[in-house]
Design a protein around this ligand. Structure first.
Ligand code: ZN
Length: 178
């Protein structure tokens, strides 16, 4: 079931989310609904605060490039209570990011290239991954969400200033009553 998205300007996007204490049927249902919501909106990652739940949980799909050069999305993956370690503070990567909660804005963001992430899956088991490049970027973007951080916080002050009118429009469009 598709859930309504929460957009820039909503205070829930700025909250530090709470750890998940138990994998309940509600959480599994939420994960299912978040996946529908992410796919319908053509997102590659979705964090719980983006559908209004301030819990430390996100999902993503990685993408792979086939030998023919086509981009294919992988099976979804869930991260509960993730802990991220940056593996090398010298190696950085820069790429374009967007966010389902900030429609219409795409900007270059610099992030570490390689990270280690420890999280719990929906089966209740802890897993550890060492990842780099695009997948690491998606994990860091979604992990930012559960800390109340948005990708526009990670761009230069100059660029951010130029975005202010668009951000104001987004606020107006989705929070008309505010
Ligand atoms: Zn986002």
């Amino acid at each position: 079931m598709r859930l309504p998205l929460v957009f820039y300007g909503d205070p829930r996007l700025r909250k530090k989310s709470q750890p998940v204490t138990k994998i309940t049927d509600e959480l599994l249902k939420l994960a299912d609904d978040m996946l529908d919501t992410m796919d319908i909106n053509h997102g590659v990652g979705l964090a719980a605060p983006q559908i209004g739940q301030t819990i430390r949980f996100f999902i993503l799909r990685n993408h792979i490039v086939t030998p023919e050069g086509h981009i294919q999305l992988t099976d979804p993956q869930a991260y509960i209570n993730p802990k991220i370690t940056i593996l090398s503070s010298e190696e950085m990567q820069t790429d374009i990011e967007g966010c389902l909660s900030i429609p219409g804005i795409h900007e270059e963001v610099e992030r570490p290239l390689k990270i280690r992430v420890e999280a719990m899956g929906l089966n209740g088991e802890i897993f550890v991954e060492e990842i780099e490049g695009y997948k690491a970027r998606v994990v860091m973007h979604e992990n930012d969400h559960i800390n109340g951080v948005l990708f526009i916080d990670r761009i230069s002050a100059d660029k951010r200033k130029k975005l202010e009118p668009i951000l104001r429009e987004i606020k107006k469009k989705y929070h008309a009553a505010d």
